[in-house]
Every structure is written in structure tokens, then in C-alpha cells.
Design a protein. Structure first.
Length: 884
């Protein structure tokens, strides 16, 4: 090109579609650049214009300087095709490819004055080509390295140009158009075609899994991927594809899907079964991983099935101690093939600390080995609380309570009263079968009854059942209980338990037995009793028991009276106050005694009055209530009659005695007056005869005097008797010394010539408060008797001893003595011992009677000890009121 006209050149350069830069050939100063050049150079106009070209393009100087100089010198253009160079564009170094020409511009002299650089950037094309080359290389490498089927197809997929089937699909070496029918499974053809259409339309990679007809004609699966090869215009030239054999993978996937489906179904089934329960259900594999959990457990954890399954206990949030515990238990289930049951308490995410009851059970495979461990956990907090409340409640009951569950009759709950009755501790019974706890009850009806209640739902109520326990020493403990068996239903309404409530009534039964026994004894005793006895039962006083003596007393045939109300059987006993008495005893329970009560009865057809001593006593039954009246009757008719006879005789005797008293009193009274006169005359005569010489007269008068005294004493005695009987005897008490009184009497009685020696052992002065004359007559009488009833050769001993309370005077003789029978009677009025020895001894039997009356009226006592033939001692005592 010859550019001579600067103006034209300028215009052409500026508007050229190719980068142009014009340099001065000598200075290499840039004189002109167009926009395209600025774009390719990545620099501004200002950075280039007027500058030596190596100034802005310093990075290119080493490679291009020589070429540029050559062009200037030789006038030969320099061509570079897609030259690779490092260019700094917009301040950034880039590797670019440029196709350019250094073209010399000559003037009219043919001299090179300028150089024009024509630049076309070909970086993009080069890169694309490079890329294609690389990918082609890779593709080829892939083809060789891959075991996959490689194919190429026409742009419209109609013709398969080449296919290396690799034994999977049929090879194609010649282009064929029926490849779809040959290779694609008819069922998937429609889908494949749709996908092809889509890939062609959007020029995108075809990628799908579909079924194929394999080389051997059997169906298989392939993963097919085809890449469109585009030309520079972006049109599809052809498709390259690979098809891998995924038949096996698909088979596994199918199997897996099936398995998943089955396990999913199983899980859904489990879920359906287990979701309705609030219980926590789960299955562990033997590596302690959860392989199933139900929704209740998931919601407790706040997890989903997918996040929980396959996880360990720790991973699902169990505390280490808790996880270890279950792992140990899983090992145990695995080792033993047996269930493990436990209770555990741990905090629930929202409900706080809860109590759980759990059972881990073995899951066996077909070989009978444990292949998994299933678990069920129940929140028993409420139940525990309820149980605790229930336990508290049943402990408060006065009855013995036990809850028994299931066919094994396991004791679920029991109160202290029941434990006491069984003589067991809670640890010995709770959770154990009833018959294991009490094997001694096996042959008693309880286990059978418990099962019957669970089977039928019936209530069993038994009163006073004997229950026999064996004591540790082998002896039998007999008890009695009232008990009720009440069926307990579970939530399904099935009777699975029994509530047993019992009251031990052993004491009551034994007491009643004792009463029954004693009643039986009573009957036996009554029938054998030596007195008439009967039992009159109930308010009607029915004769239920009567012994022979009683029947005889009633004087009626036994068959007429038995089992009839007593006043019906003995109507003749009515109207004598007995009905009222009997009623009162029955109603009040107070015993009634009667002594010699006359009862009119018709005995053996004749009216008779019988005298009875009887007792009506209420008798009580086992409960303590009055059941009737026991009547004990002693027929005292004979005694009463005998006593009446005696009393009559006594009365007659008394009357006789009274008559005698009256006569003696009157006679004594009458005798006393002349005797007093006689006494006075003798006294006077005695006084006058004192100086008289005639000893006979003196002696006779002395004797007369003595006899008159005796008579006076006698008459005084009689008078005293009659005074006593008429209550006219007077005791005139004064203080005197009894020792002195005794001395006086002893002295006086000793005066009588020829009389026995009277020895008085003198005691200390003893002051008594008494009637001196009357006590004197007692002493005198006792000494006189001693003299009278003992031989003249013996001695009389008088003694007196005093204590703080009394003085005792004794008179001892060695005379004829008194027989025991008589001894009891000698103090009776007019009593005299009738014996040969006493017959000739004068007396009236009133001395001792009077003495005893006098002593008694002084508050003293009189008594005697005697032995016939040896002598007697008479004592009398008088009370003393001594202060010191
Ligand atoms: P009496 O002596 O006048 O018969 P008592 O009343 O003094 O009457 O005595 C009653 C009876 O007691 C006497 O008849 C006599 O049989 C008996 N008796 C009394 N004193 C003695 C005595 N010291 N020794 C033996 N018998 C006596």
C-alpha cells in the first residue's frame, strides 16, 4: 500500500477495523494511533502519541526491536502470525496472541520515512483452539482409559456414527440410524427422546439414566452423558457421549429401595403400633446404636427420626452414666438372652425430673441369637406418685390390704397391717408370687379363689375363714380372717389383679370358741351339778338346759318343760314375783339372790310350798350380750321345816325359861324380905353372944350367919338373872385397883375352914374403870367354882397380867375338868354338866352365865380351857385405857 496522502492516510487509519499505529521510522516516535489499536494495546492515546514506541511498549522491546529496525533499514515488511507476547494492558500483564505486520511507508523518493504497525489480536481464537486441542486430547485419553461405552452421534441424534460397546452394548462401526431401537429399552424410549429434544434445543449436555437393551439382549441400565460439539458459529456439529453400565448399581439401588421400602413399611408399622402409646419404644443394635425409636421418644428428645437413627445413646443426648448403664444392660441381654428390667430417674426436657420403668428385651434372629435389643420405657412418675399416695392410704387403713397381680399372683402392693399379719417384711414379698412367699398356704383355697376372681370378675367375701401358717419352728399358727377379694381391671377392662382386704379376727374367734367351750362346759356342769340348775334362754326364759334335780324340783315330766318358756312350762310359778325378778336379771345383768324363798308349786299334781335358796344370774354370749339367765336352786324345804321345828322348840324352851325366870325372880324377891330380917336378927344375936360362955351357941350363931350369907348370895344371883332378863341390870363404873379387889375376895374365901389353899400371885396395882361389886362377883364366882369342882387337897392359883390394852385374870384349878362338848355350853343360862362327879355338887347353872354377861357389858371377854380329870383355867379380860 502506498500511502502518499497524509490526509487520506489519516482518515483511513482512524476508521480502520484493525489496530494501526504509525511511527516515524527514524525516531520511532508514535505519530498516529487509531481507537482499535488503543483497544488492543490497552493504553490511552496520551500515553502513546509523541512517544518513542519503546517507551510505552518497553515490555516488547527485547523481542521486537530488531524486527522494527530491520523494516526501517530494509524497507521489507515484517509479518507475525499469532505471536505470543507478554503485554501490559491497563496496567496488567497478559499473555496475548497477536497477528501483526510492520509495514514500511516510503516517500516519493522511495525512502522509508514511516512504519505502520497493523495489529489484529487473535488471543481468543488461539485459546479456543488450544482448548479444543486439550479437550480432544483428554477425550481421547478418556476413551482409551474408560471402560465406558463411547459414542458419537450426528447433530440431530439421528445417526450414531460410532459406538464402542465394551461388551455392554452392541458395537457400531458404521453409521446407523436404528440405534434407538437397538440400544434403548422400549419402555424408556419416549423419555429418552424427550430428553434428546431438550438437549438439542438448548445445546446443553444430555444426561440421564435409562434402561438399555444389552449386547446379550437382556435389559440393563446405563448412565448416558453426551456433550454437544459446536462449531465456531455455535452450531452443533456432533455429540460425543459416554454410557456407563449401571445395571449392577441400579440393581443394588432397587434392592436398597426395596429394603428401604420394607424397612420404611416396617418403621411405619412400628410407628403405627407404637405411636399411640406414651411409652418410649426403641431398638438398639448390638453396638448400642438406635435402629428404631418411636415418636414419643423422638418428641421427648426433640429430634427427627433421621437425626436420631444410627446414633448412640451419648449422641442422642444421654448423660454418660445413663448411656453406660444401658450399654452394660444391652451387653447383659446379649449375653443372657434374658430381659433386663429397671427403674431410672432423670430429667425430662420439659416435665422436670421423672421416674421411668424400662424393660430391655432380646430380639432373636432365625438362628436364635440375639441380634438386637428392644426397649420400652414407661413414665411411671404419676404411677409412682399414685402408688405412693395409694401406699400411704392403704397403710392408714385398719384392714390388712394387699394388691395381687397376674396369673402368678405377684404381690404388687401391701400395707404394714398385712405384713404384720403375714409376719414378713416388704422386701420379702413385693414383686414375688403369693405362693412363693407363703408356700404353707398352697393347700388352702386362697390361690384358687384369687385366680377365680381374676377369671370371672366376681367379688369374694368370706367371713371367719381359718388361715393356717407354719411357724419357723414347724408349729402351726391358726388365724381367722374376714376377707374380701375385689377384682381390679386394667385399662382394657380385663381383670388382671385382685385387691385383698382382710381383718384378722383370731382373737375374737378364739374368744368366742372359748365362750362356746365354756358354754358347753357349763351345760355339762349343770347336768352333773349336785344342785338344781337350769338355763333359761332369751327374753322368754326358754328352758334350754335343766338338770335332773331341777326337773324333780319342778315336779313335772322333763318332756313337758324342756324348750318352753319357763313360766309357760310352770304356770303355777307365776304371780309370786318371780317373773319380775327374772326379767330384771335378764335386763340389767344384776344377779339376784334369794334365801329360803317359799314358792308355791304344783308338784306331782299336788300343791306344795317349797323353800328355795336360789341365784338368778345372767349369762353372756360371745359378744358380751346377755343371752339368758342361769338359775341355781337349792331346795331347802326340809332344812327350813327342821329349823322351824327347832325354832318352835327354842321358843317353847324360852317360854319355859321365862316362866322359870319369873318364878325364881318372884320367889327370890319373896324370900329376900324374911331373909334380910333373919340376917338382921342373926347379926344382933351374934353381937350379943360375943361375951357368951357357951361355945355351942357362939359356933351355932356363926354357922347360921354363914348360911344366911350363902342364901343371900344365892338369892342375889337369882335376882340378878331376872334383872338381866328384864334389862334392869345397871353397871356403875368407877376407878379402882383390881389387885386389891382380888386380894379381898381371896382373903374372904380363904376364911372358910377346911377349904383349899388359894394362891394369888400378886401383880402390880392395876387401875380399872368398872363396876367394882359386879367384877367382884365374877371373881368370886370363878374362885368358888374352882373350889367347888376340885378336891380339897389341891391348890387354886389366881393370876393377873396386864398389857397396854387389857388386864387378864386367870383362875386355875386341878379339879375334875370339863369335857369339850360341855365347855362350849357352860356359859349358857342354867347349864350344868350332867355327870356322876357333879351330881352331888349343888348349883343352878347361873354363875358363869351372869359372869359372862357382866364381863361382856364391860367390853371384855370370858373363856375357859379345860381337860377332864386334870383341871381347868378360867380367864376373863377387861379393857384398859392406859395412855402410857
Ligand atoms: P353351878 O356351878 O351353880 O352349877 P355355874 O354356872 O357356876 O353353875 O357353872 C356351870 C357348870 O360349869 C357347873 O354345873 C359345872 O358343871 C361346870 N363348872 C364350872 N366351873 C367348873 C370348874 N372349875 N371345874 C369343873 N366344872 C366347872
Amino acid at each position: 500500500m502506498q500511502l502518499t496522502d497524509d490526509q487520506d492516510l489519516r482518515y483511513m487509519v482512524l476508521h480502520a477495523p484493525i489496530g494501526i499505529c504509525l511511527l516515524d521510522s527514524k525516531t520511532l516516535v508514535i505519530e498516529l494511533v487509531n481507537d482499535k489499536f488503543l483497544e488492543v494495546a490497552g493504553r490511552s492515546k496520551e500515553a502513546l502519541l509523541g512517544k518513542n514506541c519503546w517507551n510505552p511498549f518497553a515490555e516488547l522491546r527485547t523481542t521486537l526491536e530488531q524486527e522494527l529496525i530491520k523494516v526501517a533499514e530494509t524497507g521489507e515488511p515484517f509479518y507475525a502470525d499469532e505471536a505470543e507476547m507478554k503485554l501490559i494492558r491497563h496496567g496488567k500483564e497478559e499473555v496475548v496472541f497477536m497477528t501483526f505486520v510492520y509495514n514500511p511507508v516510503k516517500n516519493s523518493d522511495g525512502k522509508v520515512t514511516k512504519i505502520a504497525a497493523w495489529v489484529l489480536e487473535s488471543t481468543k481464537q488461539v485459546r479456543e483452539r488450544q482448548l479444543v486441542t486439550t479437550s480432544e486430547k483428554r477425550f481421547r485419553a478418556l476413551v482409551t482409559a474408560s471402560s465406558d461405552v463411547i459414542y458419537s452421534l450426528s447433530a440431530d441424534w439421528k445417526v450414531m456414527q460410532e459406538l464402542d460397546g465394551r461388551g455392554f452394548l452392541k458395537d457400531t462401526y458404521e453409521p446407523i440410524s436404528y440405534w434407538r431401537e437397538r440400544n434403548v429399552h422400549p419402555d424408556d424410549l419416549k423419555m429418552v427422546n424427550l430428553r434428546i429434544k431438550d438437549a438439542i434445543r438448548y445445546k446443553k449436555i444430555f444426561e440421564m439414566e435409562h434402561r438399555v437393551i444389552r449386547a446379550d439382549g437382556s435389559p440393563g441400565w446405563t448412565f448416558s452423558r453426551a456433550v454437544p460439539i459446536l462449531d465456531s458459529q455455535g452450531e452443533i456439529v456432533e455429540w460425543f457421549g459416554t454410557a456407563s453400565d449401571i445395571t449392577e448399581r441400579k440393581r443394588i439401588e432397587d434392592a436398597l429401595r426395596n429394603a428401604k421400602e420394607v424397612s420404611g413399611q416396617q418403621q411405619r408399622l412400628y410407628e403405627a403400633i407404637t405411636s399411640g402409646t406414651p411409652d418410649l419404644m426403641y431398638v438398639f443394635d448390638l453396638n448400642y446404636r438406635f435402629i428404631y425409636v418411636n415418636s414419643a421418644l423422638l418428641s421427648m428428645w426433640g429430634k427427627t427420626y433421621e437425626t436420631a437413627i444410627g446414633k448412640s445413646l451419648l449422641e442422642n443426648g444421654y448423660e454418660p452414666w445413663h448411656a453406660e448403664m444401658h450399654e452394660r444392660e444391652i451387653d447383659q441381654v446379649k449375653a443372657t438372652g434374658l430381659q433386663v428390667r429397671g427403674e431410672v430417674s432423670f430429667p425430662h426436657s420439659t416435665l422436670g425430673r421423672r421416674m421411668y420403668d424400662y424393660i430391655l428385651s432380646p430380639v432373636f434372629n432365625e438362628q436364635g441369637q440375639v441380634e438386637a435389643v428392644s426397649g420400652i420405657t414407661r413414665d411411671i412418675t404419676e404411677q409412682k406418685n399414685n402408688e405412693q399416695r395409694l401406699q400411704l392410704l392403704i397403710n392408714m387403713l385398719p384392714a390388712a390390704v394387699v394388691v395381687i397381680r397376674g396369673p402368678e399372683l405377684v404381690v404388687e402392693m401391701i400395707n404394714q397391717a398385712n405384713l404384720d399379719y403375714w409376719k414378713k417384711s416388704a422386701a420379702e414379698v413385693v414383686g414375688k408370687p403369693f405362693l412363693e412367699i407363703l408356700p404353707d398356704l398352697a393347700d388352702q383355697p386362697f390361690a384358687g379363689q384369687l385366680r377365680h376372681v381374676m377369671a370371672t370378675g366376681e367379688v369374694i367375701d368370706v367371713k371367719e375363714s381359718p388361715v393356717l401358717f407354719e411357724n419357723p419352728d414347724g408349729s402351726i399358727r391358726e388365724t381367722f380372717v374376714d376377707y374380701t377379694y375385689q377384682p381390679l381391671a386394667d385399662i382394657n377392662g380385663d381383670y388382671t389383679g385382685v385387691l385383698v382386704m382382710s381383718f384378722e379376727i383370731t382373737d375374737r374367734v378364739l374368744a368366742r370358741r372359748q365362750v362356746e367351750q365354756s358354754e358347753e362346759n357349763l351345760r355339762a356342769m349343770i347336768s352333773q351339778a349336785p344342785v338344781a340348775m337350769c338355763i333359761l334362754s332369751g327374753a322368754d326364759h326358754v328352758i334350754t338346759v335343766a338338770n335332773q334335780l331341777m326337773v324333780e324340783l319342778w315336779g313335772k315330766p322333763q318332756s313337758d318343760v324342756m324348750n318352753r318358756p319357763v313360766f309357760d312350762a310352770l304356770p303355777d310359778a307365776r304371780g309370786q314375783g318371780l317373773e319380775e325378778v327374772m326379767k330384771a336379771v335378764y335386763e340389767t345383768g344384776e344377779t339376784f339372790y334369794a334365801n329360803e324363798l317359799p314358792v308355791s308349786l304344783i308338784r306331782h299334781g299336788r300343791p306344795e310350798v317349797v323353800y328355795q335358796n336360789f341365784v338368778y344370774q345372767a349369762y353372756r354370749d360371745a359378744t358380751g350380750a346377755i343371752g339368758g339367765v342361769i338359775a341355781i336352786t337349792v331346795d331347802v324345804t326340809e332344812q327350813v321345816q327342821a329349823r322351824k321345828t327347832i325354832e318352835k322348840t327354842q321358843q317353847q324352851l324360852e317360854a319355859e325359861l321365862a316362866k322359870k325366870d319369873g318364878f325364881i325372880g318372884m320367889a327370890s324377891h319373896e324370900l329376900k324380905t324374911p331373909l334380910t330380917s333373919l340376917n338382921a336378927i342373926i347379926q344382933v344375936a351374934n353381937a350379943k353372944l360375943k361375951q357368951h360362955q357357951d361355945p355351942f351357941l357362939v359356933g351355932a350363931m356363926g354357922k347360921a350367919n354363914q348360911q344366911v350369907r350363902r342364901m343371900m348370895n344365892m338369892i342375889n344371883g337369882f335376882l340378878n338373872i331376872s334383872r338381866l332378863e328384864s334389862g334392869k341390870i345397871h353397871i356403875e363404873k368407877r376407878d379402882f385397883d383390881i389387885r386389891e379387889l382380888i386380894s379381898e375376895i381371896v382373903e374372904e374365901l380363904s376364911l372358910t375352914p377346911g377349904t383349899q389353899e388359894i394362891r394369888f400371885t400378886r401383880c402390880d396395882t392395876i387401875e380399872v374403870h368398872a363396876d367394882r361389886d359386879k367384877i367382884g362377883s365374877v371373881v368370886s364366882n370363878l374362885i368358888s367354882n374352882a373350889l367347888k369342882y376340885s378336891p380339897k387337897t389341891t391348890k387354886i392359883k389366881v393370876d393377873c397380867t396386864a398389857s397396854q390394852q387389857e388386864v387378864v385374870i386367870s383362875i386355875k384349878d386341878s379339879g375334875i375338868g370339863i369335857a369339850p362338848d360341855d365347855l362350849a355350853k357352860i356359859f349358857d343360862r342354867y347349864y350344868r354338866v350332867e355327870a356322876d362327879q357333879t351330881r352331888h355338887i349343888a348349883g343352878f347353872g347361873i354363875g358363869l352365865y351372869l359372869s359372862s354377861e357382866i364381863v361382856q357389858r364391860h367390853g371384855g371377854k370370858i373363856w375357859a380351857k379345860s381337860e377332864p380329870g386334870k383341871g381347868s383355867i378360867f380367864y376373863f379380860s377387861l379393857p384398859l385405857n392406859r395412855t402410857s
